[in-house]
Design a protein around this ligand. Structure first.
Ligand SMILES: [Zn+2]
Length: 158
């Protein structure tokens, strides 16, 4: 598989995976990408005498992203420890192309739709629906105003 290409937001350069340095010690920065995991937390706390899973504080760590690597510096081999990615509520976003590269290849992540099913509770679902409805109403009103304006315009300039 060909290595993916990225475009840096800072220097504008197009580069391939593996070539992450923008300037000495500073990585290229790319368009932010979002990642989701449906790995819901299973540790329940007690609320009102009932077990309750607090998804708001859910943390999922993915270790070794980017993985540990060896670099040679001034003729000496040095070990760079791997990174850790922290998903909060099953969500993580990054503009680091190296992290994106590895998360794009990571098993066990899911798409936004699945994530919403797992993480968004009924209240939030309701709120989102309400917002969507309101936005739709707003568009209808705008459309009507446009039509009205165009009708008036025709009358003014027959
Ligand atoms: Zn750059």
């Amino acid at each position: 598989m060909a290595l993916p290409k990225f475009t840096c937001l800072d220097c504008g350069k197009t580069f391939i995976a593996g070539d992450y340095m923008c300037q000495t010690g500073v990585k290229h920065r790319v368009e932010t990408k979002s990642y989701y995991t449906a790995d819901a937390p299973t540790v329940a706390e007690w609320r009102d005498g009932r077990p309750y899973i607090n998804k708001a504080i859910a943390r999922t760590y993915i270790l070794n992203v980017p993985p540990e690597k060896m670099i040679t510096e001034n003729g000496e081999v040095r070990r760079i420890p791997g990174g850790t990615v922290e998903f909060v509520r099953g969500f993580f976003e990054t503009d680091d192309p190296e992290v994106q590269f590895y998360l794009d290849r990571k098993e066990g992540l899911c798409d936004k739709k699945r994530w919403e099913e797992v993480y968004i509770n009924d209240d939030e679902r309701h709120q989102i629906k309400e917002l969507e409805l309101r936005a739709r109403e707003q568009r209808v009103v705008e459309r009507e105003n446009e039509l009205l304006a165009s009708v008036k315009g025709k009358h003014a300039h027959p």
